[in-house]
Write a protein that binds this ligand. Structure first.
Ligand SMILES: [Zn+2]
Length: 209
């Protein structure tokens, strides 16, 4: 009797060990491979949607030239294909521009204008009532200033704009709906200037969706 019990226990232990080995060497790698595949698929889907339009300039930047942000400027904007960051230039080539913002008491608010010190151009760069996801859809709820936009800094500065297209499903839907300029529907925008120390200083940041 005792021998039978001992054998049964030994049998159970052996079976358990075999199952544990099976799990480690067969099931886990299979699951890992499946998971990798899904992740790869998702990344691919994200870049396929974005690649259709992120190389195009959103409407709010059409009166400016854009360039890559110089590497010496420390930019904390999130890394990833859906987060863009551009240096804004006047069409004449000038990189240092006067920034105009509206305000509400002490807080700087859109609309934001940029003026070139070298040529007579002054253009709107962002107004949430017409630009970005909500602006394009005519349903902006963001705060805009009530005062006439005023010069924010005494001297012209380099301007860096960060903007993003974060919810891939929304952009896939826009494309399906036949919207031909999804690049106009960014969901966040931050307008920065480069201060004398070479650091980014935020003028305004807006969630547009
Ligand atoms: Zn100019």
């Amino acid at each position: 009797m005792e021998r039978i019990i001992a054998l049964t226990i030994a049998g159970i232990i052996i079976l358990y060990c075999m199952y544990a080995l099976y799990e480690i060497f067969v099931i886990n790698p299979r699951e890992r491979r499946a998971l990798n595949k899904t992740q790869k698929k998702q990344t691919k889907a994200t870049s396929t949607i974005l690649n259709k339009f992120i190389h195009k300039k959103p409407r709010c930047l059409e009166n400016f030239d854009i360039d890559e942000v110089p590497t010496e400027i420390k930019n904390n904007w999130v890394q990833g294909p859906e987060f863009l960051s551009k240096l804004i230039k006047c069409k004449c080539g000038e990189e240092e521009l006067y920034v105009y913002a509206s305000s509400n008491k002490e807080i700087l608010l859109a609309p934001i204008y940029l003026e070139c010190p070298k040529c007579p151009s002054k253009n709107l760069i962002f107004d949430p009532t017409i630009h970005g996801w909500d602006g394009e859809n005519g349903e902006n709820a963001s705060l805009v200033g009530e005062t006439e936009p005023k010069k924010v800094y005494e001297t012209p500065r380099r301007v860096i704009v960060n903007y993003s297209f974060q919810n891939q499903d929304n952009y896939a839907e826009l494309i399906e709906d036949g919207i031909d300029k999804p690049e106009d529907y960014f969901d966040v925008i931050i307008i920065n200037t480069v201060n004398d120390a070479g650091k980014l200083e935020e003028v305004v940041s807006y969630e547009c969706a």
